[in-house]
Design a protein around this ligand. Structure first.
Ligand code: MN
Length: 427
């Protein structure tokens, strides 16, 4: 039997709503809005042009109930392209698109002996693709919170075939994700399949045990916000005639989220910061090839410019944007600037006494106590409530995100810099 190729994707979250984009000015909203659809198209094109024999999508194809049928139609269009190219497609539902979460559906291409595109949510099932020597085992989520070990009830492998298990799971769970369909890599490995095609965790990872089958999260197909940085795409599995496989990652994202951390230690003038930023941006742009790069700049380290950088954040944002435009034209958008620098220990006021000492102590207390930052948030919320209703909308909460501890932290550092500078000037 010739080499067979399976494309494994997950967590497409088609048309997932844009979070908090309205808080930004000049955001490339249309490009971001259309990104998940265009990534799905790019994945489909790859499958057609690279002789893929089977495509599997391991859950969360949809972000949830469609706002209108165009989301469903966008998937129908790509499923039809695969069908016309003779490439079977199998999909399981995850927590976001669990059977009881989705009230609308559209007709999809029929696949003859392969059966419907979506696997059952009633029980685990096996689809046998005889001509490929591949057996796919899997089950869709019936409801959002599938908290039992679904894999335990998966069928035994079919000997002589390449057995692939599709599962939407958080494995043993971690603090970042709710635990859905929990199971351990050992339990999956013991099943005796040749490959586990997982979905749910948006960061790419292989949890294979030593000598065991790959247990792979391909990550999501397209990053959706600043916490989903770096190349995104799918995994291609290549199977030889003895059912052994290799797998490799291919990116198909159409825009890329990026965090640009600049260490400002020893920085003594602003131009040096611009140079460092430009270097970072040029290499990130080269790596992103011709994609739009959306970057969040985070300044860290100890520098004597710290107070100035914190106080002049708005001006600095504009300056960095200008540097970005010169380096990358319209291929770069600066999502945000977070100044998290500190004054060098030696630059801190020494031999404090009297009012200076009290000010310093108050600031230290604010920096170190989570209770204090909650108090600040409470004070701000009280002020916000006094605004007339027409001013209190979403854009105000976006501009003053009092629930974000990092934002509160930056307020404290800004205040510290301001007080420090004023006292210095008064001396
Ligand atoms: Mn999920």
């Amino acid at each position: 039997m010739k080499t067979r190729k399976i494309l494994h994707a997950a967590d497409i979250h088609l048309d997932s709503p844009l979070q908090k984009l309205d808080r930004y000015e000049n955001a490339p909203v249309e490009q971001i809005r259309g990104a998940s659809r265009r990534a799905l198209e790019a994945m489909t094109t790859y499958a057609i042009e690279n002789d893929i024999d089977l495509v599997v999508i391991a859950g969360d194809l949809y972000d949830g109930e469609w706002t209108d049928q165009n989301t469903g139609l966008a998937f129908v269009a790509q499923a039809t392209r695969l069908s016309e190219a003779g490439i079977p497609l199998l999909v399981i539902r995850g927590n976001h698109d669990a059977a009881n979460q989705m009230t609308s559906s559209l007709p999809l291409p029929s696949q003859g002996d392969v059966g419907p595109i979506f696997l059952s949510e009633q029980q685990a099932e096996t689809r046998v693709l005889d001509d490929l020597g591949i057996a796919v085992h899997g089950q869709s989520f019936a409801k959002r919170a599938e908290t039992g070990n679904m894999a335990a009830a998966y069928p035994d492998p079919i000997s002589g075939m390449f057995n692939l298990g599709m599962l939407h799971t958080g494995l043993e769970g971690n603090s970042m994700h709710a635990t859905y369909a929990p199971c351990t890599p050992q339990q999956l490995s013991d099943k005796g399949y040749q490959y586990w095609a997982l979905g749910h965790i948006h960061t790419r990872a292989d949890h294979a045990l030593d000598g065991g089958a790959p247990i792979v999260f391909p990550g999501n197909l397209q990053g959706r916000h600043i916490n989903e940085t770096g190349p995104k795409g799918f995994v291609v599995i290549e199977i030889d005639d003895r059912q052994r496989c290799d797998h490799s990652f291919h990116c198909c994202d159409v825009l890329r989220w990026h965090e640009c951390v600049i260490d400002c230690t020893d920085l003594d003038h602003r131009e040096a910061l611009f140079d460092r930023f430009e270097d970072e941006i040029r290499s990130a742009i080269a790596e992103a090839e011709d994609r739009l790069l959306i970057t969040r700049v985070r300044l860290v380290g100890q520098t004597k410019l710290s107070s100035e950088l914190i106080r002049q954040q708005d001006a600095l944002r504009g300056e960095l944007q200008a540097v970005g435009v010169m380096a990358a034209r319209d291929q770069l958008w600066l999502e945000d600037l977070r100044v998290r620098t500190q004054l060098p220990q030696s630059g801190r006021p020494q031999d404090l006494d009297g009012p200076m000492e009290s000010v310093h102590e108050v600031l230290q207390e604010l920096r170190q106590s989570p209770q204090q930052s909650k108090l600040i948030a409470k004070e701000l919320d009280a002020l916000l409530r006094k605004l007339p209703p027409e001013l209190r909308g979403q854009s105000m909460t976006a501009a003053l995100p009092t629930e974000d501890p990092q934002w509160i932290e930056s307020l404290i550092e800004g205040a510290a810099a301001e007080v420090h500078a004023r006292i210095q000037n008064a001396q």
